[in-house]
Design a binder for this molecule. Sequence first.
Ligand code: SAM
Ligand code: SF4
Length: 335
Amino acid sequence: MENKKNILQDSFGRQHTYLRISLTELCNLRCTYCMPAEGIQLSPRSHIMSYDEVFEIAKTFVDHGVTKIRLTGGEPLVRRDADVILKKLATLPVELSITSNAVIIDRFIDVLKECNVRSINVSLDSLDAVKFKEITRRNDFEKVYKNIMLLINEGFNVKLNAVLINGFNDNEIIDFIEFTKELPISVRFIEFMPFDGNQWDKAKMVSYAQVMEYVNSNYDVDKVIRMQDAPNDTSKNYKIEGYKGSFAIISSVTNPFCDSCNRIRLTANGRLKNCLFSSSESDLLTPLREGKSIETIIQKAVQAKLKVRGGMDTMEKLEQPDLHGKNRSMIAIGG
Ligand code: SAM
Ligand code: SF4
């Protein structure tokens, strides 16, 4: 086999094997922490990658060592050709997975199975229908709940993502953990992160330490089991003894996991982001459309990756709105 240049290793020796592809900037929900109330400036349709372009760019990454691809968005499943993209990507030698709000995922069960998608991350920030409506600005709790049960019954490996917001859903931490008693799912509590237009405030964030305070005051210490985290895992995993499922905390704010980061992101308009928190982007789509090679651009973007959170290496920097204001909204990055 031809000996290829290692274009996916950064200057800190981190090898990037995990590509997250945003398929669309559109969404059928309007989560307050993700999408600004006034909406976002959408890219013109012609600037969004076609399914062939998604495939071509993904294939370049796979040829250079990417072994895992996760589809995200916006809501990846609202894209009309989401099934075509899934089927094309399934021909690559990668582990294919998806992050979805699950509102319409029942329509995709067969295609997800056909494409060998095993792991599905579903966003669910509240187990209460009224609060769900408040945070998503849509009335779809019943559909999402039913679809989560459907995914579990169909044998998918389901992880629920809950962004915790102080005074809003922190009082549901134990309800979520109790949800894992009979269900073989992992509930992942995510620290609220700052992005353009989401009115981030440190006081709204519920930290890893705070989650563990709730846990330790509700369960006997010897019943709370710290599990082995997978390599490059962004979450600290736990389970309550005897429960079928587990829970985890993703602490990007208070305890970043940048040292072992293996992720790189492609936005729906074909820009490469070397870090979720970085405001710089590299356009891959224009050169691809001009028939040029994108490998050098990928290599430069990976090389330019900073050590911690796109340069926001301290809490002080994270708290400066002008720094995260330069980044996109999460809906346009692809979480
Ligand atoms: N629409 C899909 C969904 O909601 O699962 C996929 C895209 S969404 C941007 C991906 C993930 O990013 C979701 O789990 C969501 O909760 C998370 N997310 C969005 N904004 C966030 C923020 N400000 N802080 C932490 N997580 C956030
Ligand atoms: Fe849509 Fe997901 Fe963002 Fe909610 S978190 S607005 S479901 S993209």
